[in-house]
Design a protein around this ligand. Structure first.
Ligand SMILES: [Zn+2]
Length: 342
């Protein structure tokens, strides 16, 4: 065997050990060795099966789906109940069919907090959803236009997080971001919540220093055009290191990038960011922050259940029109050494 085919075989066998990558040829490879990633902010309910396949093939082993706004405002609490049930139920099932673990955060988002009648009804039903399996935080909550109603329900949900001993995922506003971010942290402190229990999300160059100085987790959404590009993200990793920094895609129904975490990791390594810092920002810090809920642990994906696409969820499977299901006898186990899947 000559050198180049040995290389090809090694690469292929690296991929072959990853359950999902095995199935989807033409998979996305960012790195010479496949690292494990967590995307701790991804609205998978808005994404396609191809996104799941590409994310899994790029090394994403777990996603966190924050409850959020649908683009179309909900007018009844019933729509909220069905939405929360969907992300906790069918979406988790769907992710599992692609070999990915799926967790949720539960909350009333800031935009809909401005509909007082709806907000009151949602606050009544939130506790029972927040207690469900796989809920790793209250979120995404915080400010949008920084109105009085947003402030009221942000505070009430911080109290709920405190009572349930859950971490908090804070959405920071697009407009007047710096002031909104400082204010979000002030309010968390005012409610007696330890900064180590709070992930401040959608940071940028303007906000990162204060968030880190005050001891909060600083998350960055690699979201094209509006939030952060990944070249800027790599500059932040190079200026600040990776302690308490978390990278996510925030992919949703807008023009967004489900491979945001994997692509940023790849770019960071290319630009000379130490592998350990890439591992912290694209995997370990999210695990450390959200595992404080007691609902997320590494063994969830290191020792996964085998994929069986014949499985049904309340009578429905992800298969349509007589497709051949994928069935694994046993799941390939993954190693944590260096985050490289062997
Ligand atoms: Zn979001």
């Amino acid at each position: 065997m000559d050198g180049s085919s040995a290389y090809q075989n090694r690469k292929r066998s690296d991929i072959g050990k990853s359950a999902v990558a095995l199935l989807y040829s033409g998979n996305f490879r960012t790195l010479d060795t496949l690292m494990m990633f967590i995307d701790p902010h991804a609205h998978m309910i808005s994404r396609t099966t191809e996104d799941y396949q590409a994310m899994a093939a790029s090394g994403v082993v777990a996603v966190i789906e924050p409850a959020f706004w649908l683009g179309q405002p909900r007018t009844h609490v019933g729509s909220y109940i069905d939405y929360l049930s969907s992300i906790l139920g069918f979406e988790r099932f769907r992710a599992g069919q692609f070999g990915m673990r799926h967790y949720c955060t539960i909350g009333l988002n800031s935009k809909e907090a401005n509909n007082e009648e709806l907000a009151e009804a949602v606050m009544e039903i939130l506790p029972r959803f927040a207690l469900k399996e796989g809920v790793v935080a209250i979120g995404e909550i915080g400010y949008d236009e920084q109105t009085e109603l947003e402030d009221r329900y942000f505070r009430q949900q911080l109290e709920l997080a405190k009572e349930l001993e859950l971490p908090v995922m804070v959405h920071t506003p697009h407009r007047d971001k710096k002031r909104g971010t400082s204010r979000s942290m002030d309010v968390c402190i005012e409610h007696g919540i330890d900064p180590s229990m709070v992930v401040i999300d959608h940071n940028n160059e303007e906000t990162v220093k204060e968030v880190l100085d005050r001891g909060f987790w600083a998350a960055f959404s690699i979201y094209p055009s509006t939030k952060m590009g990944n070249e800027r993200m790599v500059d932040i990793l190079s200026d600040y290191g990776a302690n308490r920094i978390i990278v996510d895609s925030a992919c949703d129904w807008g023009i967004s990038e489900p491979l945001g975490v994997a692509k940023t990791a790849s770019l960071a390594l290319k630009r000379g960011i130490p592998e350990e810092n890439v591992r912290l920002a694209c995997y370990q810090n999210a695990l450390d922050a959200y595992s404080q809920s007691g609902q997320m642990k590494e063994s969830d994906w290191l020792d996964p259940a085998p994929i069986d696409q014949r499985t049904v969820y309340e009578g429905n499977s992800i298969l349509r029109g007589g497709r051949e299901p994928l069935v694994q006898e046993s799941a390939p186990s993954r190693s944590t050494d260096n985050l490289i899947i062997e």
